[in-house]
Design a protein. Structure first.
Length: 266
């Protein structure tokens, strides 16, 4: 709490020009960060849904094309069908289960480890694991389930695309923040300079007690109205001060005259 109070006290001592630049920068950066996060999450969800649809369609096509291989007990035909999945970069491995859950045929993409396949799911299932997505698609023939297709797809491309999008958003935010800083530093001087000049004028008057000094009117907005009101106040104070000086001079003169009269009377 003490540190926060110290920070707040330090912030209050910053010049108005820097405060305006800081407020502008915080507003721009906050807007960009929130917008970037929103677009990143939206793009991530859209990419994820697109990947789910793609792998699900591949699983359904593979289940339809491999019915004959499973019915006629032809593992080589099943492996040939599964090998067609190599055109999908995200697919790391796939297999066809028999009705009893045993692996009938399998496919492992080049460069991928030959890991054991998960326990078969009888129903259509989609789940996300640590770094991959697993899809189960049942195979039907005349209303009876004869097997299941399982496809495992890597999430690395999805993660990489999300990271690239996030880095691109951060880069755009930094560039926009820099542009906002330059523009605000230039443009906010229109607001800050009249106020800074007004403060300097007030400080000079306070130090020198010279009420004939006037602040420059550089605009016709609220700042200009403030400067005009300040100058009007100075003119009033100057007139009152002049009247007070004249009154004191006349009073001193009358006192001096009265003193002379009293001395002559004595």
């Amino acid at each position: 709490m003490t540190r926060l109070a110290a920070w707040w006290e330090s912030a209050r001592r910053i010049s108005i020009a820097r405060k305006l630049v800081l407020i502008t920068m915080l507003s721009v950066i906050s807007s960009l960060v929130l917008t970037g996060i929103a677009f990143t999450l939206f793009d991530r969800g859209r990419s994820k849904d697109s990947m789910v649809r793609e792998v699900s369609v591949l699983a359904m096509l593979m289940a339809e094309r491999s019915n004959a291989a499973l019915l006629f007990d032809d593992p080589s035909l099943a492996r040939e069908n599964l090998a067609a999945l190599r055109v999908a970069p995200s697919v790391t491995s796939a297999c066809i289960y028999r009705e009893d859950g045993g692996v009938f045929a399998a496919f492992v993409a080049s460069g991928e480890p030959d890991e054991p396949f998960p326990t078969v799911e009888a129903e259509r299932t989609l789940r996300f694991e640590a770094h991959q997505m697993v899809v189960f698609e049942p195979m039907w023939f005349e209303g009876k389930r004869i097997g299941t297709v399982c496809i495992r797809a890597s999430l690395q491309d999805l993660q990489r695309a999300w990271q690239d999008y996030l880095l691109f958003t951060i880069l755009i935010g930094l560039l926009a923040g820099g542009a906002a800083f330059l523009l605000s530093y230039r443009l906010l001087r229109i607001v800050s300079e009249p106020i800074t000049h007004l403060a300097a004028t007030a400080r000079k008057i306070s130090d020198e007690k010279d009420y004939s000094v006037r602040a420059r009117v550089e605009s016709r907005d609220e700042t200009g109205l403030l400067v005009e009101s300040f100058n009007t106040m100075l003119a009033t104070i100057e007139a009152q001060n002049t009247a007070l000086v004249d009154s004191n001079r006349r009073l001193e003169q009358r006192v001096a005259e009265r003193t002379v009269e009293l001395q002559e009377a004595k």
